[in-house]
Ligand binder design. Sequence first.
Ligand SMILES: [Zn+2]
Length: 511
Amino acid sequence: MGLARTWSVALVGVEGHLVQVEAHAASGLPAFILVGLPDTSLSEARERVRAAVTSSAVPWNARRRTVNLSPASLPKAGSAFDLAIAVACMGADGLPAAEHAGRVVHLGELGLDGRVHPVRGVLPAVAAAVAAGRPDVVVPAANLAEARLVPGARVRAVHHLAELARDYGADVTPPVAVAGVPRGVQARPAPPDLADVIGQGDARFALEVAAAGGHHLLMVGPPGAGKSMLAARLPGVLPDLDDADALEVTAIHSVAGTFDPGGGLLRRPPFEDPHHTATAQAIVGGGSGVPRPGAASRAHRGVLLLDEAPEFARRVLDSLRQPLEHGEIVVHRARGAARYPARFQLVLAANPCPCGKASGKGLDCTCTPLERRRYLARLSGPLLDRVDLQIDVPAVTRASAALGSLGEGSEAVAARVAAARAAQRERLAGTPWRTNAEVPGSWLRSSEHGPGPAPRAVLERALDSGTLSLRGMDRVLKIGWTIADLTGRERPDLDEIGAAMSLRIRGGTHA
Ligand SMILES: [Zn+2]
């Protein structure tokens, strides 16, 4: 009879939780029982572990084996427990140095031939192990670079289970290491530059204001006006992520399997632009095994672009309300809820009507008035209510394309954005908010933080005449503050409030 213990990590959302893996082997009818709420993929672990152990030339005697994963209350999914189960089983069968495994955290999926395959979520798993006081971790060789990004981790990488068996005292010769299985990740391309955008001075200014204050942005204009081109350049003018954000964003992309660890932690704000045929699950996340974060979560601390926004399914647009309100997505599973951070900057791009030609005088538009009205109405009130900046992006005429000089590059814009963000940090120190977009209206309207008498009079007139709603006024104030931060003013005055009101005008009306 033998008993052995080791450790692994269960992922709940993008958080790791330490799991103890305990194996017991006794004489009796041969059996292999897994307890501790395993899901289907975990049950399949039995077959993989048995085959991998025998492939490693370690004897698998006919005994009654019980493996317990605890705490039982934690939801466990995926194949990353294979390695720990195999180590515990070999330990219970009497490996000489098995007690050493009781201090080590093991992560990895096993092939039937004993090879150790990479798994998703190694970064948050190793971080959780270190935080729980278990810094010794064994990971698949293909995950080594990722595991090493965690400060304080002592990482051993293995290609084959036999390497571990030998570490723990088995008399086996591991096969010569073969290259790890490549993962489907993209290298990080350089972000596109604003210098490529010709003309569109107003839209460029709106983009700079959006970046400076963290405001969501709606751009309405005909196809070819450059809306998506502008949106793709927003991450390039946003500041780098700080350490905490970089770790959180990288953990999300580690669980999503969309992370190339070669370049270290993700330091630049991510950019996600799901196609308008995307399902709600593709946006909010989910799936079998370890659930994958969706596009809204992969855009955390970065930019989520919905190009041709009215074409997205109603369910998909509605699914964005939770992250816009709470900055996270809660995916409910059979055994509890998983949380995915999802605090992104939303950019909506839309044609003015189904045929796309209703901008300017709109003489070529073939849509009926009803079709035109319904089209943008698909972006529901609750969604648009959260979008501070709503602008028209006109078509670039041939004359302006020919005469328009090349625009300012992203570097110069990013420098002004960084200065504006620093001004907000200083002003908002001690509050829960980082950017003007997050500040509630009551704070902005208060006597202490509100505008001076002259802009206040202008806003009150607009409110009285009905050109501005109370909500609209709050957004004008937020944008006014951001413009003041960009221009180095102490607080917004008439100029800044006037500019903010013009950025709120879309189709000639204030909302
Ligand atoms: Zn039309």
